[in-house]
Design a binder for this molecule. Structure first.
Ligand code: ADP
Ligand code: MG
Length: 326
């Protein structure tokens, strides 16, 4: 049975030794890592925990668990307008299963290399399976994407599609039937959501506020409204839906209510929701036309303090709020 230190060495430290990363004065192996933040930039820090049986099925592929854990954390950096630098990993697992660790470490470092983020430390303990990742990134002080900057009259936009996170869960739990290509797409969206870091590089120069959609568009937009002391209206018919989700609409128009609910309050989309002053719209439209980012106007910032939804001009009642843990 390898010791804790041998496991850390084999599955986490070796990669770091082989691929030294920028700004890491001292990485894994000492009491702390020593990190050098790029001059003139601010450190953006965020942490998230994924618990087996709550955030992913216990028996899920460890490569995919690692990918999901790191990708959802990277999404927070994108939502803040920060570029990824480093992360730490606190791993709690029932036993030191080398096969599981091999898969986990493979998925973790594949994703870390893809997005240019380096593991610099962590903690390894025994207990029910849970993964905590803390990400660190660098922000230009004038370009951080906070929640408190929205103004009345701003447009509300989302990147790519909304509703895929909840549709993916429904597909995995076999509540709806999807064609194979759509099922594969949704499975990938669930385990390997794409942190919108590329989009963020453009959005952070233009947007007045932003966040990533983890709890559902309506609930997350409410966070912007509360922080900015404004209200918002969402035009439900304008919500961008993926071909996979649209295929359910083609199966039966009776699925419409469910689909809108997924898009508004399903969560786990990891798309960016951002607000934009009308005078910035031409520049954004140009970027969209050039194929540099995919974003859709889904609403407007209004006076007041609450998010409301309209479908074809009529008030659309939201049957269920976003995901809540307690
Ligand atoms: P300490 O007792 O000082 O907390 P640990 O024994 O927990 O030290 O960890 C030893 C070293 O290994 C530290 O540098 C720590 O950051 C690193 N480490 C522990 N677990 C992990 C892990 N899962 N991933 C990356 N680094 C880890
Ligand atoms: Mg420790």
């Amino acid at each position: 049975m390898p010791s804790e230190f041998q496991l850390i060495q084999q599955f986490f430290q070796r990669e770091q030794a082989e691929n030294p990363a920028a700004g890491v004065v001292l990485g894994i192996g000492d009491d702390c890592a020593l990190l050098q933040i790029p001059a003139g930039q601010q450190l953006a820090v965020s942490v998230d925990t994924l618990v087996a049986g709550v955030h992913f099925p216990k028996d899920a592929d460890p490569e995919l668990i690692a990918e999901r854990a790191l990708r959802t954390n990277l999404s927070d950096l994108a939502a803040m307008g920060a570029d990824p630098l480093w992360f730490t990993l606190a791993l709690t697992m029932p036993q030191a299963d080398e096969d599981w660790l091999r898969g986990f470490s493979r998925g973790l470092f594949r994703c870390a290399r893809e997005y240019g983020i380096a593991l610099v430390g962590g903690d390894t303990t025994s207990g029910p399976l849970a993964i905590t990742i803390q990400v660190m990134g660098a922000c230009q002080p004038q370009h951080s994407l906070r929640r408190d900057g929205a103004n009345v009259g701003d447009f509300v936009l989302v990147t790519h599609f909304v509703g895929d996170g909840a549709a993916a869960l429904a597909a995995i739990q076999q509540e709806y039937s999807f064609a194979d290509e759509h099922r594969a797409y949704l499975h990938d969206r669930f385990y390997r959501p794409v942190p919108r870091l590329q989009e963020s590089q453009f959005i952070r120069e233009l947007a007045s506020s932003a966040l990533d959609i983890s709890d559902g568009l309506a609930a997350d937009l409410q966070h912007i409204c509360t922080a900015s002391d404004v209200g918002a209206v969402i035009y439900v018919e304008d919500l961008p839906l993926s071909p996979a989700v649209q295929s359910l609409l083609e199966q039966s128009s009776a699925n419409q209510q469910q689909i809108y609910q997924w898009a508004l309050s399903g969560g786990d989309d990891y798309e960016l929701c951002f607000t934009l002053a009308p005078e910035k719209m031409p520049e954004l439209a140009m970027l969209i036309a050039q194929g540099k980012l995919s974003a859709t106007v889904v609403g407007e910032i209004t006076a007041g303090n609450a998010v409301s939804c309209e479908l074809n001009g009529e008030l659309f009642a939201l049957p269920k709020r976003g995901y809540q843990h307690f």
